[in-house]
Design a protein around this ligand. Sequence first.
Ligand code: ADP
Ligand code: ZN
Length: 225
Amino acid sequence: MRAPKYGIISNVMNIVILLGAPGSGKGTVAGKLAAGDSRLKHVSSGDLLRGAIAAGTQAGIEAKGYMEKGELVPDALIAAMIKDVVAAGDAGSTMLLDGFPRNLAQAGILDGIGANVRAAVLIDVPDEIIHDRIAGRRLCPKCKAGYHVRNFPPKVEGVCDNCGEKLVVRKDDNPETVRDRLEVYHRQTEPLVAYYRDKGILNTLDGMAGLDNIVEAFGKLLAGL
Ligand code: ADP
Ligand code: ZN
C-alpha cells in the first residue's frame, strides 16, 4: 500500500463527517477533494438512495416517498446502506461521509458499529443564501457533478463539463420541498453540531468563502488529522 497523503491512521478506515444544510456545498466540496486523491472516498447518502431508487431495489422503493417530500427516510433503511459501505472501506483510506448521520439516532448507530470518526466538518451557510443556491442548482445524472446556473455554471448551458450528459433539476429542489428540508435540517440534523463539538472533533468552515477557498481549507484540515 502506498503511503497515505494525509496523516491518518493506517490500520483502520478513517471517517470524516460533513455537516451542513442542503445546498451548503458539502457534496461539491467533497467531490472536488476526492477527485484529487485516490485515498479519499466521497460517500453521499443521498446518492446511495437515488441509486437505489434508479435500480428499483426494495430500499429504493421504500425511500422514494420520503425523499420526494423532503423528509428523512427511516434510520434503519439508510443505516443498512452505510454499514455496508463502511465495512467495505479500505484501511488507511479516508471516507468523506456526506449526509449521514443526519440525526442523533444515526450518530449513535455510527458510534455503535465502532466507526473511526476522526472529525466532523460543518460548512456553514446562512438560510437566506440556501434558497437561492438550491433554486439554481443543476445536477449531472450520470457522473453526479453539481453546478449552479449563476455561481458555478457549466461551460455549455445545460450540459455536463465532465461527461456531456444533459443536466437535470433534482425532484426535491422545488421551493416548498426545500423549505421542508431546511426545517428538517434545523430540527434534526443541527443538533449534531453540538454532539461533535462536545466530542472535541468539530471544525467549522465558512461556506461563503468561495469554493476554491473552502476546498483548500478542508484539505489543510485533512492534512492536520
Ligand atoms: P441535501 O443534503 O441537499 O438535502 P441529499 O442528497 O443529501 O440532499 O439528501 C436527499 C434526501 O435523501 C433527503 O431529503 C432525505 O430524504 C434522504 N436522506 C439522505 N440521507 C439521509 C439520512 N442519513 N437519513 C435519512 N434520510 C436521508
Ligand atoms: Zn457528468
